[in-house]
Design a protein around this ligand. Structure first.
Ligand SMILES: Cc1ncc(COP(=O)(O)O)c(C=O)c1O
Length: 442
């Protein structure tokens, strides 16, 4: 029997994540099916997906090749022990991924979520310095408004106040770079803003304050996603890379959102030509179909573990029961095939000027104070209502949903990230629905 709002009657049993549970349960919105660019609601309405699920379904929903690969793998071998044993698909996947990644990011560690990938990368950074005899390097540097998931490590280096105030005080020795978001200087920039490269120099200030010998790693999203699509100023990532090199600090790019074509390249690292020491990714890795995440690691970091650990010892005391899970590996391999066969990263790149023009046509709309974009992602920032932050964004979301388009809001910022298969007419539908909703909530 299909799940409908009527037979899912015990709504109270489920404690929903990052959700206003009481409001949702008064007015539940539920999807029952998905295909290509569309969701179908439990009452049979089609909703155009303007957000690739949650920044993850980059090739569109329920792609037959991916579905079949998961079905085949589930029938052939459901699970293989992840520790001290393996299975071919995870090795094949690691090889395919490292071939895709730029530079010498030649090694991959698998986890199951973006949060786990982030905590894995932070742990690798700490362990790396320690095995090299620099165990004093324990400090981790994040950035204001950064989102790195909900593990204690990720929340601590993250810069989202609602995470930090409750849970972000548990990890000692963390500091933050300033956000690059500045409405006065950068509002309505197309692509990378011109202003703000000097904000990377704040890392020099933190080095002067704490001393490089205490700093293990810097982690940033190359384009901040969850905080509302914040595109790095021209030269900013390059400058961070140079300062990290100067002080032997590891640089981690959190590409959970920007990986797998979202910015018109395999990774933002490729798009910007800046190679970090580690990349975390998730979401688009399996097209959202089976949970999986990964940490890419550069040769010299991986080699340090292999060279310096005692013979026969486990080199990194870390892992998950489901690292490299067979279903996830099969889904990811099929996903990579679809990306390649359909040239979706290139497609995103080619479509991005059209996307940029469409998004920026919303300038001048009621309360629109900024529009930002890169690749096939965009943020539209609305001025908050006096004393009621977030309510304007929530109203825009609801109106768009009622009118058949799924958008995402974080506070009063509307974030868009359609599947990379989006057609031009669907871009127009997203924009026109949004334009109406923005006017309606003036
Ligand atoms: C940049 C970034 N890092 C980490 C995460 C956490 O991923 P997950 O929700 O899979 O744990 C997210 C989720 O949106 C993210 O955007």
């Amino acid at each position: 029997m299909p799940v409908t709002a009527a037979n899912a009657n015990n709504l109270d049993a489920l404690w929903m994540p990052f959700t206003a549970n009481r409001a949702f349960k008064r007015n539940p919105r539920m999807f029952a099916a998905a295909s290509g660019m569309y969701y179908t609601t439990v009452d049979g309405r089609q909703v155009l997906d303007g957000t690739a699920g949650l920044w993850c379904v980059n090739a569109g929903h329920c792609r037959p090749k991916i579905v079949e690969a998961i079905q085949r793998q589930a029938a052939a071998m459901d699970y293989a022990t992840a520790f001290q044993l393996g299975h071919p698909a995870e090795f094949e996947l690691a090889g395919r991924l490292t071939a895709l990644a730029p530079g010498d990011l030649d090694h991959v560690f698998f986890a199951n979520s973006g949060s786990e990938a982030v905590d894995t990368a932070l742990k690798i950074a700490l362990a790396y310095h320690r095995i090299r005899g620099e165990g004093t390097r324990t400090r981790l540097i994040g950035r204001e408004r950064g989102y790195h998931g909900v593990g204690f490590g990720g929340m601590s280096v993250g810069g989202i106040v609602n995470n930090r105030k409750m849970f972000g005080t548990m990890l000692a020795g963390v500091d933050h770079l300033p956000t690059t978001h500045n409405l006065e200087k950068n509002a309505f920039s197309r692509g990378q803003p011109e202003w703000g490269v000097h904000l990377a120099d704040e890392l020099e200030r933190l080095v002067a304050l704490h001393d490089a010998s205490t700093i293990a790693a810097v982690i940033v999203e190359p384009v901040a996603g969850s905080a509302g699509v914040l595109v790095p100023p021209v030269g900013y990532l390059e400058r961070l890379r140079a300062i990290c090199d100067e002080h032997q600090i590891l640089l981690i790019f959190d590409e959970v959102i920007t990986g797998f074509g979202r910015v018109g390249a395999s990774f933002a690292a490729e798009r910007f030509g800046v190679i970090p020491d580690m990349i975390t990714c998730a979401k688009g890795l399996t097209n959202g179909s089976v949970p999986m995440s990964a940490v890419f690691v550069r040769d010299d970091v991986y080699d340090a573990f292999m060279d310096k650990s005692p013979k026969g010892a486990i080199e990194l005391f870390h892992g998950y029961t489901y690292s490299g899970h067979p279903l996830a590996s099969a889904a990811a391999l099929a996903t990579l095939d679809v990306y390649k066969e359909e040239g979706l990263f290139e497609r995103a790149h080619l479509l991005s000027p059209r996307w940029e023009d469409a998004i920026h046509s919303l300038k001048g709309g009621a309360n629109v104070v900024d529009i930002r974009n890169l690749g096939l992602m965009a943020g539209i920032e609305l001025a908050p209502r006096q004393g009621k932050p977030g309510t304007r964004g929530a109203d825009v979301f609801a109106k768009c949903f009622d009118d058949g388009v799924l958008v995402r809001t974080t506070g009063d910022v509307i974030a868009l990230s359609p599947p990379l298969i989006v057609e031009e007419a669907q871009i127009d539908q997203i924009i026109e629905t949004l334009r109406k909703a923005i006017q309606k909530t003036a």
